[in-house]
Design a protein around this ligand. Structure first.
Ligand SMILES: Cc1cc2nc3c(=O)[nH]c(=O)nc-3n(C[C@H](O)[C@H](O)[C@H](O)COP(=O)(O)OP(=O)(O)OC[C@H]3O[C@@H](n4cnc5c(N)ncnc54)[C@H](O)[C@@H]3O)c2cc1C
Length: 309
C-alpha cells in the first residue's frame, strides 16, 4: 500500500455520526486542527427519519449529517471518507500515530473513537426488509408515529420483560414473542399478563413484510398470522474491529469502558457515542461527543504541549 507523508493534527476523530460531528464542532470552535474520518455503514442507515433530537425531530439521517458537516465549514476541520485502520499510542504526551485505509499517516495529539456499534438483528426471514422501517430498537425514537397500533416485541431474555411492559405506554396492543428460545419463569408471565401484554411462546416462521418495509404480521410455524404494525427488539451488537485491535478495556456489557470525561483505558484516547453504551440515542451520542471535545481542549490548552512541527 502506498505510504503518504505524515499529517499532524490536534485531534483525529474516527467516525462522523452525531458523536464525531459534535466533538468536531467543539474542537473546531476552540481553534483545534481536526481530521474527521468517516467511512462504512452508519448505524441508522435503514431509518428514514431521526426523532427525539431537539431542533431535528423528523430529519432524515443523511440530512442530519449534511447539516452537521455544513456547520463545520468555518473551522479547521478536514473530512476524509476513509476508514481509520490503525491507531498506535506513541507513549506519554507523544500522542498517536494513525493510519487511514488509503495509506495516509496522521500524527494526532488526541484521538476520538466515535465508531458507533453494529447491530445484529436475528436471522428471522423478513427482518432485514423491516429493520428501520417497521422493526425498531427504540420506542422513544419511533413509537409516537405508530402509537395505538399493533406492536410485537421479541422477548429473547427475562430482562426484556421490562422493555415489553414499557411499550404499553405507547399502545395497549402489545404481543411478546419468545419464539421458543427460553422458558419464561411464571412470575415474568404474571407481570406480562398484569400489564396486558399477550404472550406467544412458539417459534416464528417469518415476518410478513411488504415491499416498502411495511410490516403486516408475524407468521407462526402453522401458517397462522399475528397481525402487527411494528416490531420492537434489542438486537445483539458488536463493536467495530478497530476497538478490538486496540485492546481497550471493556465494561461488563462489552462496550468501551470510559471515564466520566470519556477517556478510555489508553490515556489520550477517547471514545463517545454508541461504542460506549447500550443506551444509544443520537442526542446522547452528541452530548458525549461534545463532552469529549471540552475535555480534550482543556487538556491540550492546560498542558500547553508544543504544537506539531
Ligand atoms: C434503525 C435505527 C433507527 C434509529 N433511530 C434513532 C432516532 O430516531 N433517534 C435517535 O436518537 N437515535 C436513533 N437511533 C440510534 C442512533 O442512530 C445512534 O445512537 C447514533 O447514530 C449513535 O451515534 P454515533 O456517533 O455513536 O455512531 P454512528 O451514528 O453509528 O456513527 C459512527 C460512524 O463511524 C463510522 N466508522 C466505523 N468504523 C470506522 C473506522 N474505523 N473509521 C472511520 N469511520 C468508521 C461508521 O461507518 C459510522 O458512519 C437509531 C438506530 C437505529 C439502528
Amino acid at each position: 500500500m502506498e505510504q503518504r507523508e505524515t499529517e499532524a493534527v490536534d485531534v483525529l476523530i474516527a467516525g462522523g455520526g452525531p458523536a464525531g460531528l459534535s466533538a468536531a464542532l467543539v474542537l473546531g470552535r476552540a481553534c483545534k486542527r481536526v481530521w474527521l474520518c468517516d467511512a462504512g455503514a452508519r448505524r441508522n442507515a435503514a431509518a428514514t427519519h431521526i426523532h427525539g433530537f431537539v431542533t431535528r425531530d423528523g430529519t432524515p439521517p443523511e440530512e442530519f449529517r449534511r447539516i452537521g458537516r455544513e456547520q463545520l465549514a468555518p473551522y479547521d476541520i478536514t473530512f476524509r471518507e476513509e476508514q481509520v485502520v490503525t491507531v498506535t499510542p506513541l507513549g506519554g504526551e507523544n500522542g498517536f500515530h494513525v493510519r487511514l485505509e488509503g495509506g495516509t499517516q496522521v500524527r494526532a495529539r488526541r484521538v476520538l473513537l466515535a465508531l458507533g456499534a453494529v447491530d445484529e438483528p436475528p436471522a428471522l426471514p423478513g427482518m432485514r426488509e423491516a429493520w428501520g422501517h417497521s422493526a425498531f430498537q427504540c420506542p422513544h425514537c419511533h413509537g409516537w408515529e405508530i402509537r395505538g397500533k399493533a406492536w410485537g416485541v421479541l422477548l429473547d431474555s427475562v430482562p426484556l420483560v421490562d422493555f415489553a411492559i414499557m411499550l404499553t405506554g405507547w399502545t395497549r396492543n402489545v404481543t411478546a414473542f419468545t419464539r421458543g428460545t427460553f422458558a419464561l419463569p411464571p412470575e415474568a408471565r404474571e407481570r406480562l399478563t398484569m400489564a396486558g401484554v399477550r404472550l406467544e411462546t412458539g417459534p416464528l416462521e417469518r415476518l410478513l413484510v411488504e415491499a416498502d418495509g411495511v410490516l403486516r404480521g408475524a407468521q407462526r410455524m402453522d401458517g397462522t398470522v399475528v397481525p402487527l404494525d411494528a416490531l420492537f427488539l434489542k438486537p445483539k451488537q458488536h463493536l467495530p474491529p478497530l476497538v478490538r485491535t486496540l485492546g481497550l478495556a471493556l465494561d461488563d456489557a462489552g462496550y468501551v469502558r470510559v471515564s466520566p470525561q470519556c477517556e478510555t483505558s489508553i490515556p489520550g484516547l477517547f471514545a463517545a457515542g454508541d461504542v460506549t453504551t447500550p443506551v444509544q440515542t443520537a442526542m446522547g451520542a452528541a452530548y458525549q461527543g461534545a463532552l469529549t471535545g471540552w475535555t480534550m481542549v482543556h487538556g491540550l490548552n492546560i498542558h500547553a504541549e508544543p504544537p506539531h512541527p
